[in-house]
Design a protein around this ligand. Structure first.
Ligand code: UDP
Ligand code: MG
Length: 302
């Protein structure tokens, strides 16, 4: 059986449409399936819509969070509740073309354990958004060790891969990168990102920045090493200036002003603070992991 995991946050307008489209496509293709909606603490009537859909169709299931935990948590909740031999994660807004699920499923039947959906285009985005996304994926690709620029959450996972992901205790799990990191026999399916049909994107610039920083730091400690590198650079600059100052002192041409001193003070001060900030960030991540709180809290299921 195929489990289709659909995270939904304030998607009341999309639920009925998503249900009929995906269910229709999978029924036509004669694929035994379940649609598992994860209501990520929506503030609108998303959960009612899921209940409504579930009452008329036994293949539809729902998990309701006690509050908003974010898409990553919703995906992991979906994986933990899925009964299928494989699962597909797809957005609720139909931006990921549902026909591709069938293509992914056929590849799974041929023995592939992970089928990645890769974007051929990124859909409509503003200039700043494009630039930010590009920088984020460049950093991520470098730290994960493979190209992430076209990666998305739209992918099929075999039961083996699902179990591996479930056994990871990371609280800040970045699904997109982790599912490639675990390995297994994988292949790709290309798709074009579509326009969202109803509702609005759930990402504000602020939440995207937070998402980027969290995911980068959960995969690489490079920013911490950056502090060391900055420290070394500042040390050499300091050394050069000090030598100059000493030479001038003995020549009797020492600067009467404090320009150099002030500049150095400013630089060192700011580097120290940035450094402390970055280290603090990692400590807070360690703190989060040590507390061992669950990734999500389920309120009810249907
Ligand atoms: N989503 C979620 N929790 C959140 C934000 C988003 O479950 O806190 C879901 C949302 O309902 C959708 C998917 O994640 O199914 C992708 O969200 P969205 O379309 O807003 O992102 P975009 O396509 O703009 O990247
Ligand atoms: Mg979307």
């Amino acid at each position: 059986m195929l489990s289709v995991i659909i995270p939904a946050y304030n998607e009341e307008q999309m639920i009925p449409k998503t249900v009929s489209v995906i269910d229709g496509i999978l029924c036509d293709a004669c694929i035994d399936h379940e649609l598992l909606f994860v209501n990520d603490g929506s503030k609108d009537s998303t959960w009612d819509k899921i209940e409504e859909a579930a009452s008329g169709n036994e293949r539809i299931k729902g998990v309701c969070f006690s509050r908003n935990f974010g898409k990553e948590s919703a995906i992991f909740a979906g994986i933990s509740k899925a009964k299928g031999d494989c699962c597909v994660v797809i957005d609720c807004d139909l931006q990921h073309p549902p026909e591709k699920i069938v293509e992914m499923y056929r590849l799974w039947e041929q023995g592939y354990e992970i089928v990645e959906g890769v974007k051929t285009s990124r859909g409509k985005e503003s200039g700043f958004h494009k630039f930010a996304a590009k920088s984020f994926y460049e950093i991520m690709s470098n730290s994960v060790g493979f190209d992430m620029s076209r990666a998305s959450d739209f992918k099929l996972l075999d039961r083996k891969a699902m179990n591996v992901l479930l056994n990871m205790n990371e609280k800040n799990a970045f699904f997109r990168a982790l599912s490639s990191w675990i390995g297994f026999k994988s292949t790709e399916v290309e798709y074009d990102v579509r326009e969202r049909e109803a509702g609005t994107s759930k990402w504000s610039t602020r939440s995207l920045i937070k998402y980027a920083v969290t995911n980068i730091t959960s995969f690489t400690s490079a920013p911490m090493q950056l502090v060391t590198i900055l420290g070394v650079i500042v040390f050499f600059v300091g050394l050069a200036t000090s030598i100059e100052a000493i030479v001038r002192f003995f020549q009797g041409t020492a600067q009467p002003g404090f320009t150099t001193v002030i500049i150095l003070q400013c630089f060192i001060g700011s580097f120290t603070m940035i450094g402390l900030g970055i280290i603090g960030f990692y400590i807070s991540k360690i703190y989060d992991e040590v507390k061992g709180r669950p990734k999500f809290i389920i309120d009810k299921t249907i």
